[in-house]
Write a protein that binds this ligand. Structure first.
Ligand SMILES: [Zn+2]
Length: 500
């Protein structure tokens, strides 16, 4: 493919230049100042490397929808999935876990190698071994407890095999069961394995609210002892009253030599159950639903949610009006209402509303929570240790906009409307910087010999609602999105997803 008259932001963070690009097979074969015969005239549109998502959860999506058009139209050409301790392997036959946040998955696999052999995504994928399924597999009778030495050894062995088969490292979610029950010894053993294999460890750490500094110390001190490269996932400080901690958090990460990724919204999304205290999250779902009907349990939960110790109570940090129901199959009429609005509608105490809902909802319930200010988000974004991620979840129902329009939102809000940094710096932290961090040597730059993962940006038509402004996306030289008629005819590899 030949692209003439492009304004190239090459991903390195350097100023742009005008040139034409030729791709041959899967690579960028030539970049030259004059145009190519029969080249597609881009009329000065921006060409940059395809976006590399450091924080994805696409492992079930890519099995259900290998075209991955919801990702491709955003210019995302690379995903690192398996984050936050949530993942699909290892697993026993028929076992379905993490469906509530990763969405339904189809296929038959037992370990990473057999999973990977089934995934035929149209974009590049890389994976972390998630800690959650390791615990579910190795602590079979009850994963919500400390592991024995033998169980720790078997988790480390599986982790090692997954990394031998191509996983880039390990992720955990110390905020979620069953990972929150891991001991220091368990984390140390697993991180030593990752370090030994030269991998990376990504952590959704225990507390992102009032105790964030202690929480970072907890895990980063273990990582330092294990000499393991560590990425703090979706860095933010939760709770308006905690926004003053942002600078200290950044200093803390620097002091440990760790790095971080960030999604660029001031609201997050997770399961509605995550509002509950750990003593309830440790119960299997059916038991938890039953317990929530008991007035004594409700009282205990209410007290802990108002006065949390050693965990983040999002109700306390964000307040009822900032927690909004996103997906609630049994009570669909409540979707998109805040919990404060639900309480008013039902003329009930918000705690009782929440407990009533969670004691009856058998399906997957999701919420969004306003966690931080725009100012803090921008401060974190400008820090040199950060790269971009989406934290996009692909469940069966309504989704946070980070899943479907993250890059449009990013360019609209942080470059066009109210710039947070230069375009070359913004693109750098979505491309070459991520590739460097992951040790990927042939992606992330518009450079001769590099893989032809490319995006064309039409910045002045960037529209987040309509998902417009990225008219052409190439993955390994193949056009997977095209709004140019001459390219649409090039159906040699993949049908363009424009009309999907
Ligand atoms: Zn997470």
């Amino acid at each position: 493919m030949k692209l003439n008259n492009a304004l190239i932001y090459d991903g390195s963070g350097s100023l742009p230049y005008r040139a034409s690009i030729e791709t041959t097979g899967s690579v960028i074969s030539r970049i030259q100042s004059q145009g190519f015969d029969d080249g597609l005239d881009l009329n000065g549109l921006v060409v940059c490397p395809g976006f590399m998502d450091m924080h994805a959860h696409s492992e079930a999506l890519s099995l259900r929808d290998p075209g991955m058009s919801i990702r491709a139209v955003q210019g995302i050409t690379f995903d690192l999935s398996g984050n936050c301790g949530a993942g699909l392997w290892p697993r026993r036959p028929g076992q379905q876990r993490y469906e509530d946040i990763l969405g339904p998955s189809q296929g038959d696999w037992k370990d990473f190698a057999s999973y990977a052999s089934q995934s035929k995504a149209s974009i590049n994928q890389a994976f972390l071994q998630a800690h959650g399924p390791l615990r579910l597999f190795c602590l079979e009778n009850n994963p919500n407890r400390e592991a024995t030495e033998a169980e720790i050894r078997s988790m480390a062995e599986i982790l090692e095999t997954s990394m031998d088969d191509g996983c880039l490292g390990l992720s955990t979610g110390l905020y979620y069961a069953p990972c929150l029950f891991a001991s220091r010894d368990e984390m140390l053993a697993l991180l030593r394995t990752v370090a030994h294999k030269g991998g990376i460890f990504s952590v959704h750490h225990r507390c992102e609210g009032s105790s964030i500094l202690q929480s970072l110390d907890e895990i980063l001190s273990i990582a330092r002892e294990a000499e393991c490269r560590t990425e703090v996932s979706h860095l933010k400080v939760i709770g308006l009253r905690n926004q003053g901690l942002v600078e200290k958090v950044l200093e803390k990460i620097e002091s440990y030599g760790a790095t971080f990724d960030q999604y660029t919204y001031d609201f997050g999304s997770t399961s509605l159950e995550s509002l509950l205290p750990p003593f309830l999250l440790g119960l299997p779902k059916a038991q938890r639903m039953e317990a929530l009907q008991d007035p004594q349990v409700r009282n205990k939960a209410r007290l802990q949610m108002l006065h949390p110790e050693g965990w983040d109570s999002l109700v306390d940090l964000c307040s009822w009006q900032n927690i909004r129901i996103l997906q609630l199959p049994t009570f669909a009429e409540l979707e998109s209402m805040s919990l404060a609005e639900v309480a008013e509608k039902l003329s009930k105490d918000p705690f009782d509303c929440l407990f009533d809902i969670l004691s009856k909802e058998k399906g997957a319930s999701l919420m969004t929570d306003t966690t931080q200010t725009d100012e803090s988000l921008r401060t974190i974004m400008r820090h040199p240790l950060g790269v971009w991620g989406t934290d996009a979840l692909y469940t069966a129902g309504p989704m946070h906009p980070r899943s479907s329009q993250a890059t449009f939102h990013l360019f609209r809000s942080f470059y066009l409307d109210k710039p947070a940094m230069s375009l070359e710096a913004l693109i750098h932290r979505m491309t070459a910087k991520t590739a460097q961090r992951l040790g990927i040597r042939d992606r992330g730059l518009v450079k001769e010999g590099f893989k032809a993962d490319l995006c064309v940006l039409d910045l002045y038509h960037m529209d987040e609602e309509k998902r417009e402004g990225i008219p052409l996306v190439l993955v390994n030289g193949r056009p997977i999105v095209s709004r140019f008629s001459s390219v649409i005819e090039e159906k040699a590899f993949f049908p363009p997803v424009l009309n999907a």
